[in-house]
Design a protein around this ligand. Structure first.
Ligand code: IPD
Ligand code: CA
Ligand code: CA
Ligand code: CA
Length: 268
């Protein structure tokens, strides 16, 4: 079996995410001039020239450094997905925030090795935070180690939530009702990658989205695991390509949350 330079990939993921986030800030400053399109006629599902150009930058850097690796990105689709290493990229997670001047967006770069999430970098330039993790080496924001919440009941903290105008949105209000009934409180900032990182950081006790895509969460999933958290069976049934319902949470509240979501969480 060929040896794998994980150190180089981890360092590159961080450096490229930071550089892409710097580029993102330049686009953000002139966001009103950017050309914006709607995907599949959905007014809420927007994509701008910034998303497309930043993804091209990330793909070009990764292809130059690791030409044998596969790539999957929200805007550019998949290439060489049978490769041992596959990069999963969201050039801007939180595009609606980005275009509306809300400071909740980030660049997310994750890596699968032999089908398993192994490392991730999430760069949030508005808050000078670089979240990163590599399997077996812990999770960090900048230099500070991350640890999930110690909550043992949903009433003890804030829960990240979200849905989109796509699959699963009918399950959203029923989940919120149960969360509120059990004394919980909800939060949505419009970036699934950042909310996942916030679970790793213990800022949120968990994060549930009725249907998420792999590029929204793959980098963050490594952080949550390294910080002591749990994730549902998100990659089942081609979750990498098509997405699935999603839950990450501190171990003390995971089961309580999974019960509230019900069988849709890990069903087909
Ligand atoms: C979206 C964000 C949002 C989530 C959506 C995602 P995008 O990603 O993560 O929080 O609710 O499901 O599509 O389109 O801004 O990269
Ligand atoms: Ca999008
Ligand atoms: Ca996204
Ligand atoms: Ca995106």
């Amino acid at each position: 079996e060929q040896s794998l330079d994980l150190d180089a990939r981890y360092a590159s993921a961080r450096a490229i995410a930071q550089e892409a986030a710097r580029k993102g800030m330049a686009y953000y400053a002139r966001r009103e001039e950017l050309i914006v399109e709607h995907k599949e006629g959905n007014l809420q599902d927007v994509v701008s020239a910034a998303d497309q150009e930043i993804e091209l930058f990330i793909r070009a850097e990764l292809a130059r450094l690791f030409p044998e690796d596969g790539l999957l990105g929200e805007e550019g689709g998949g290439a060489d997905l049978g490769a041992r290493c596959v990069w999963v990229i969201d050039p801007i997670d939180g595009t609606a925030c980005f275009l509306n001047g809300l400071h909740n967006w980030c660049v997310s770069i994750g890596l699968l090795v032999d089908g398993e999430p192994v490392l991730g970098a999430i760069a949030d330039p508005n808050h000078d935070e670089l979240f990163h993790a590599c399997r077996g080496r812990g999770a960090f924001v900048n230099e500070t180690p991350l640890k999930v919440s110690e909550a043992t009941h949903v009433g003890q903290g804030v829960m990240g939530t979200g849905t989109f105008h796509s699959k699963g949105k009918g399950n959203f209000i029923p989940f919120l009702e149960k969360l509120l009934a059990e004394g919980g409180m909800f939060f949505r900032n419009g970036s699934g990658a950042l909310m996942t990182a916030y679970v790793a950081a213990g800022r949120l006790i968990g994060y549930h989205e009725t249907h998420l895509k792999s590029w929204d969460c793959l980098a963050g999933v490594v952080m949550v695991k390294e910080a002591g958290g749990r994730i549902n069976d998100f990659f089942r049934n081609d979750g990498l390509l098509h997405g699935n319902p999603y839950l990450v949470a501190a171990p003390g509240v995971y089961e309580q949350l999974a019960r509230m979501i019900g069988p849709s969480l890990d069903g087909d």
